[in-house]
Design a protein around this ligand. Structure first.
Ligand SMILES: NC(=O)c1ccc[n+]([C@@H]2O[C@H](COP(=O)([O-])OP(=O)(O)OC[C@H]3O[C@@H](n4cnc5c(N)ncnc54)[C@H](OP(=O)(O)O)[C@@H]3O)[C@@H](O)[C@H]2O)c1
Length: 236
């Protein structure tokens, strides 16, 4: 299993839990020091690459070199994401969020899809969000970036079904989960323990589900958002 964005939060916890379950895991991220300590702690079943997903071509090259080093890949988890970025203007902050969450995502999704097509089978897990379901006033680029990747994954899943391609595409939509991203943020509820959310995610990955809501109660929220007319949502 290769986890893009494994240096903290959901990705780091997934790396640990997957190794405990016997997977051979690779993790990536920009913070090399964290990857080195994870290797020291988790041992030879943990491979790593320092990677910035916004260096698109370099990220692709690093993904392929990891696949080679691991003698293949069966699951990739595209988890790298940001909600905000330090920036001199709102526009450039929004562009940075889009670069990481959308452009970085589709670059590595495309490479993985081609790899699995040649291999004949595989699974791509994309970490979207409940935020993909509604254009929240709090964070336009984040909600929009997650809506983009969810629709993108749905389109690829439909392509796999209609063209008989054996690639599973799992769209994970977490609710609020404890991590560096949510640290100190106000206005959150039902904030899940990272381990618990990731345990449920790993079960859904193994069941090769099309959609994963973690924790489970967020499935109900997703359903309510989908059923509620916009004129009501806009007043909430
Ligand atoms: N926590 C929540 O409540 C929540 C809810 C819904 C969805 N999500 C999604 O879950 C995913 C993981 O988030 P998290 O909550 O676990 O937050 P986190 O602890 O901040 O983890 C984010 C991960 O993404 C990596 N990353 C960020 N920018 C990157 C870049 N330019 N290149 C490569 N890697 C990059 C980080 O690594 P480096 O900093 O080392 O590069 C880190 O490993 C994100 O996609 C997020 O949108 C989170």
């Amino acid at each position: 299993m290769i986890i893009i964005g494994a240096t903290s939060g959901i990705g780091e916890s997934l790396a640990r839990q997957a190794i405990k379950k016997g997977y051979i895991v690779a993790g990536t991220g920009r913070r090399k020091d964290r990857l080195i300590s994870m290797r020291e702690e988790l041992g030879e079943h943990f491979y790593f690459r320092e990677m910035d997903v916004t260096n698109f071509e370099e990220a692709s090259d690093k993904l392929h070199s990891l696949i080679e080093e691991m003698n293949g890949m069966d699951i990739i988890v595209l988890n790298a994401g940001i909600a905000n970025a330090p920036s001199s203007s709102i526009t450039s902050m929004e562009q940075t969020v889009t670069d990481v969450n959308v452009k970085g995502f589709i670059q590595l999704f495309g490479e993985s899809f081609q790899y699995f097509r040649k291999a004949g089978t595989g699974q791509i897990v994309g970490i979207s969000s409940i935020a993909s379901l509604f254009g929240s006033a709090r964070n336009a680029p984040y909600a929009a970036s997650k809506a983009y990747i969810s629709t993108y994954m749905q389109a690829y899943r439909n392509r796999c079904i209609t063209s008989n391609i054996d690639i599973t595409i799992t769209d994970c939509k977490p609710g609020f989960v404890e991590s560096e991203m949510t640290e100190g943020k106000k206005g959150m509820f039902w904030v899940a323990d990272t381990e618990k959310a990731v345990k449920q995610l790993l079960i859904d990955i193994e069941k090769r589900k099309a959609y994963s809501y973690v924790t489970r109660r967020w499935r109900l929220v997703a359903w309510l958002i989908k059923m509620t007319p916009n004129w009501i949502l806009e007043r909430v």
